[in-house]
Design a protein around this ligand. Structure first.
Ligand code: ATP
Ligand code: MG
Length: 258
């Protein structure tokens, strides 16, 4: 939408951070080619690591982190601090002008706590893409840490699943592509085989059967939500070299959703 090139939303899983992948170089190359990449990152493993160091136990329900008032501070420090700045630094090192922003900044993500048992976790999101479109117009690669402000009184800081944030942002900016870089080849079936495509009507069935589980649940749901807004969604193995570039070049890698 903004500027010239098509927008490509790239979700970089915390699970692939630091692996020998080419995600950073691929994102920088996209920008040089005139496309407009936006990065949304996770950081689940690093949050759990820091929680452990601080003696706080990590708990998950349906792949979503239960976040109390203490852990939301750790989540914000790790996501908007350590992980976000590392990606900004790595993109800068390969010549991309990168700018870190959290969903709590500039009105980007407003959340609502739909499931109080999860604590400070935004389930549904309202996106104001303006801050991202401005960064794109300035020639930056926005790097988004998945936090939100509560739409309710007090405007509390909320933890957001990075996949959910990526899906909502992709739809709001009118992205062409939503690519999830993760640590598996895509959505695997009950016997571990790669599913090339998961049609919308099969998503909830596969979740109900327990085939799609844990961190893959928010990914497929986010892909589906974005697909309804016309975004092409795919889940690929980001630990493989050229995973992102190959996917955008039309290679039939990973799993297409929708
Ligand atoms: N059917 C399935 N196919 C593939 N992976 C699955 C499936 N069901 C559950 N998973 C799990 O989902 C994981 C990927 O999600 P996970 O949340 O761990 O990573 P990520 O989202 O890339 O990283 P982060 O959460 O840090 O952003 C896989 O490593 C696998 O263990
Ligand atoms: Mg995840």
């Amino acid at each position: 939408m903004a500027g010239q090139g098509s927008i490509v939303l790239v979700k970089i899983g915390g699970s692939t951070l630091g692996a020998q992948d080419t995600a950073i170089a691929d994102v920088a190359a996209l920008r040089r080619e005139g496309r407009q990449p936006i990065v949304v990152h996770g950081g689940g493993a690093m949050i759990s690591d820091w929680m452990g160091r601080l003696g706080v136990k990590s708990e998950f329900v349906d792949g979503l982190r239960v976040t109390d008032e203490v852990s939301v501070e750790v989540v914000a420090a790790v996501l908007a601090g350590a992980v976000n700045k590392r990606l900004v630094q790595e993109l800068s090192a390969v010549g991309a002008l990168a700018s870190g922003i959290s969903g709590a900044d500039g009105g980007l993500l407003e959340g609502r706590v739909d499931r109080p048992e999860l604590g400070r976790v935004a389930a549904s999101l309202k996106v104001d893409p303006t801050p991202l479109l401005r960064l794109l117009d300035d020639g930056c690669v926005p790097v988004v840490a998945p936090l939100a402000l509560d739409g309710a009184e007090g405007r509390n800081l909320l933890n957001v699943n990075a996949d959910t944030a990526a899906g909502a942002i992709a739809a709001a900016v009118g992205a062409d592509w939503l690519v999830f870089l993760t640590d598996v080849d895509g959505v695997l079936d009950a016997s571990g085989g790669l599913l090339r495509r998961v049609p919308p009507e099969r998503v909830e069935q596969l979740i109900g059967d327990g085939v799609i589980d844990g961190g893959m649940i928010p990914k497929v749901r986010a892909c589906l939500a974005a697909a309804e807004a016309g975004v092409r969604g795919r889940i690929v193995n980001g630990t493989r070299p050229n995973a992102l570039a190959a996917c955008l070049d039309g290679a039939e890698t990973g799993t297409a959703i929708g």
